[in-house]
Design a protein around this ligand. Structure first.
Ligand SMILES: [Zn+2]
Length: 137
């Protein structure tokens, strides 16, 4: 058995039954690296302490045997991440389709709606609040 094989087997034994790395642990590590770099650029010592805390918490999560709690934390993180980036993703979808569709908001509930371009003036009924109004496209 080579050294690498022994190392691999040892690591497998060490991580058996543990939660391991997930998206939240990875995000904590990346946030730690970014905060640490900011701390050294701006020469703010407390940021290096904060980045160390993030590394420790990330490693704690990877070695944790409480799968249920770590899974719930990861799901919560993913939901917050999706919500905070959905506006950016929707913006790029609108940008991509800007030649095909005219985008506008419902005057009542402010939901975003769209119409194919060149349909002229039509009566639009909002799918969310059922308010009907005239719109040019
Ligand atoms: Zn509406």
């Amino acid at each position: 058995m080579s050294f690498i094989d022994k190392l691999r087997a040892g690591l497998k034994r060490l991580m058996a039954g543990r939660h391991g790395a997930d998206e939240f642990s990875l995000a904590l590590l990346i946030a730690g690296i970014v905060i640490s770099m900011l701390g050294s650029i701006l020469r703010i010592g407390i940021l290096s302490l904060l980045s160390t805390a993030l590394y420790v918490y990330s490693i704690f999560r990877m070695f944790s045997r409480n799968h249920g709690k770590r899974y719930a934390e990861n799901q919560k993180y993913l939901s917050v991440w999706r919500q905070s980036t959905s506006g950016i993703r929707q913006f790029f979808v609108r940008l991509k389709n800007a030649r095909k569709y005219k985008y506008f908001k419902c005057p009542e509930c402010h939901s975003r709606l769209r119409l194919p371009r060149k349909v002229g003036e039509v009566t639009v009924t909002c799918g969310k609040c059922h308010h009907a109004f005239k719109q040019k496209a």
